[in-house]
Design a protein around this ligand. Structure first.
Ligand code: NAI
Ligand code: BGC
Length: 267
């Protein structure tokens, strides 16, 4: 993956012990990026990600931390900089669902989802921007720093029974765009990826049973569920100078889920 020119850079990927975060950490590792592999509860899984990156000749370190806690976000950014000399890329990926019908949704589950998905992304991005400003610009990079938020098609598609999750992702959309507008003049690039249905633990009930998968595929014009690597390859491109003029953009990687598939024969 030398063609992306990412070697000698370092990154923090939050929620990187599973699913999309794991695939992004491994893809960046393959591209020569030194990776801070954040985990929340899965220490063994994070060690396995580090092992996979090292087995390919890359560099990585496992970092425990809760993105909803400012002190953890600060410590993770500092740990990457201490270990690898600097931080060039943040992938704010950590996210959870706590689903319930509207009147059954507890305040605790509302708060936990907003705290993790939205406040967590804010806190990590704030620490990353502070770090980008405090260190000398990277020697062989056009951008001074690069932030990628992992959003969702539910930044635009309303989702009954998941109002906490949809609100967190809708909030993340304007967090990303407002931050991109604020720091672009410093050559800090901020963008997002909005995946559709990707086969990971977060949506296991939607793909593990045949009937559920059949229903899900009705929503995906391209006719297959996404794999974490579909997102990871795009993340590596967004982190590289090959996307240097991409600023404040959201890249939808969803097999066409946002194309209103039920309108193919209606309207
Ligand atoms: P996942 O459940 O495998 O990954 C979520 C990760 O976040 C886990 O590793 C979990 O330990 C970590 N995490 C949870 N709370 C945390 C906290 N407080 N601090 C640090 N880490 C924490 O699921 P997936 O699919 O890989 O999710 C990754 C991101 O992708 C999430 O933001 C999710 O909303 C988003 N996404 C997923 C889609 C899918 O279909 N799988 C589609 C669109 C977006
Ligand atoms: C959710 C998944 C869901 C996908 C498509 C994601 O944001 O986390 O559970 O399958 O959107 O609806």
């Amino acid at each position: 993956m030398q063609w992306l020119g990412l070697d000698h850079r370092s990154a923090l990927v939050t929620g990187a012990s599973s699913g999309i975060g794991r695939a992004i950490a491994e893809e960046l590792g393959r591209c020569g990026v030194a990776v801070g592999v954040n985990y929340y509860s899965g220490r063994d899984e994070a060690d396995a990600v580090v092992g996979a990156i090292e087995a390919q000749g890359g560099r990585a370190v496992a970092l425990g931390g809760d993105v909803a806690k400012p002190e953890d976000c600060r410590a993770m950014v500092e740990a990457v900089a201490a270990r690898f000399g600097r931080l060039d890329i943040l992938v704010a990926n950590a996210g959870i669902q706590r689903d319930a019908a509207f009147t059954e949704l507890t305040l605790a589950d509302w708060r936990r989802v907003i705290d993790t998905n939205l406040t967590g992304a804010f806190l990590c991005a704030q620490e990353a921007v502070r770090r980008f400003r405090a260190q000398p610009p990277p020697p062989e990079s056009k951008a001074r720093g690069n932030i990628i938020f992992i959003n969702s098609v539910h930044q635009v598609i309303p989702w009954a029974g998941h109002v906490n999750y949809a609100a967190s992702k809708g909030g993340m959309k304007l967090l990303m765009e407002s931050l991109a507008q604020e720091v672009a003049h410093e050559k800090i690039r901020v963008n997002a990826i909005a995946p559709g249905a990707i086969k990971t633990p977060i949506n296991r009930p939607a793909w593990s049973e045949e009937s559920a998968l059949r229903e899900l595929l009705e929503l995906i014009p391209y006719g297959r569920i996404g794999e974490p690597e579909d997102v990871a390859r795009a993340a590596a491109w967004l982190a590289s100078d090959h996307s240097d003029y991409v600023v404040g953009a959201t890249l939808f990687i969803d097999g066409g889920m946002t194309l209103y598939p039920s309108f193919r024969e209606g309207g």
